[in-house]
Design a protein around this ligand. Structure first.
Ligand code: MTE
Length: 321
């Protein structure tokens, strides 16, 4: 696994110098933690963030042993429409995004609403590494080592009321820095919004990610904080989150708003239910090329069936796609 100590990372590669220095403390914890993942038994608590050791045994759903996608692919082949619709646009333009200071507004059916500074959120959780498959609805996939913490850790702190049945997530709306939001041709009604049912949000696999490959999240991957829901198509994994709303009713989502017959609320990876315009039975595992397409079979719930099938017991997955 690729691990860079903070001192090895050119600040230009990730964030402006001042931001880099302010977030350095976090990265020292994260890098120490990532080093841990290589030798999980040699565990000792890094400073300043505590973390959970990773168990790399086969069958651990938090840590697939499949070949990891190189960092250069995971950070250059992106979907982040706020910066353009081309796969290479986010890497080109996301450096314009200011990610510090950052806070998340918590609203709706919750006992502790408010504006939470990211640094306070990070002090309240343990950062760990998870190696997950990411399957895009467009039929390509990657294997990414994320750094993050279970979303359930935050939900418990904020104490949802008994009426909270769903959660809606909102991405930053800042057209001055996000050139895709200034485009007259954009199909998305900004800000980008997504949602989960409460039991999905509380599931131990559901991660809030603040880093990948042992370093902080590149802007194009959703810095400074994004969702990762590994058994759902990638569009559910909303980036650069600034608002979380607890709701009684199923919230709207951006892609449902654009093409409701193509993109459902659930969006569980399902090789048996095709997208109206293409098959979902196979995927291209990146990196792939014309000569070496690296085509593999798509697994039910992206390989997390054992862990999540129970959430959908008795549900018609063709209807609730
Ligand atoms: N979040 C926002 N705010 N805007 C987006 O365009 N694209 C989604 C998801 N999150 C998107 C987003 C899609 S379609 C995918 S496949 C993943 O991000 C891609 O994540 P990655 O670029 O880190 O691989």
């Amino acid at each position: 696994m690729l691990i860079k100590k903070p001192d090895d990372i050119a600040s230009s590669e990730i964030t402006p110098e001042a931001v880099y220095l302010r977030r350095r403390e976090f990265m020292q914890g994260a890098a120490a933690m990532a080093a841990m993942a290589v030798a999980p038994m040699a565990f000792s608590a890094p400073s300043p963030l505590s973390h959970t050791p990773v168990d790399a045994r086969a069958g651990n759903p938090f840590y697939t042993g499949e070949t990891q996608t190189p960092f250069s692919d995971a950070s250059r082949y992106n979907n982040f429409y706020e910066f353009g619709t081309d796969k290479s646009d986010p890497a080109k333009y996301a450096s314009a995004l200011t990610v510090d200071p950052w806070s998340i507004d918590v609203e709706g059916e919750v006992d502790k609403p408010g504006k939470y500074a990211l640094e306070d959120i990070l002090k309240s959780v343990d950062i760990e590494e998870r190696v997950y498959r990411l399957r895009c609805v467009e039929a390509w996939s990657m294997v990414i080592p994320w750094l993050g913490f279970p979303l359930s850790d935050l939900i418990r702190q904020w104490q949802p009321t008994s009426k909270a049945k769903y959660i809606q997530f909102e991405t930053l709306y800042r057209p001055s820095e996000m050139r895709g939001q200034r485009s007259a041709f954009s199909t998305i009604d900004w800000p980008y919004i997504e949602g989960l049912r409460m039991d999905e949000a509380m599931h131990p696999l559901t991660l809030m990610s603040v880093g990948m490959y042992g370093r902080e999240l590149p802007n194009q991957n959703g810095a400074p904080i994004r969702l990762v829901v590994p058994w759902k198509y990638g569009f559910k994994s909303v980036k650069s989150i600034v608002k979380i709303r607890f709701t009684e009713r199923q919230p709207k989502t951006s892609w449902q708003g654009i093409a409701p017959r193509e993109y459902g609320f659930y969006a569980n990876v399902n090789p048996k239910v095709d997208h109206p315009r293409w098959s979902q039975r196979y995927e291209r595992r990146l990196p792939s090329s014309l000569l070496s397409p690296n085509r593999i079979r798509t697994q039910m719930f992206n390989g997390y069936e054992e862990q999540v099938a129970g959430l959908y017991k008795g549900m018609n997955l063709r209807r609730y796609y």
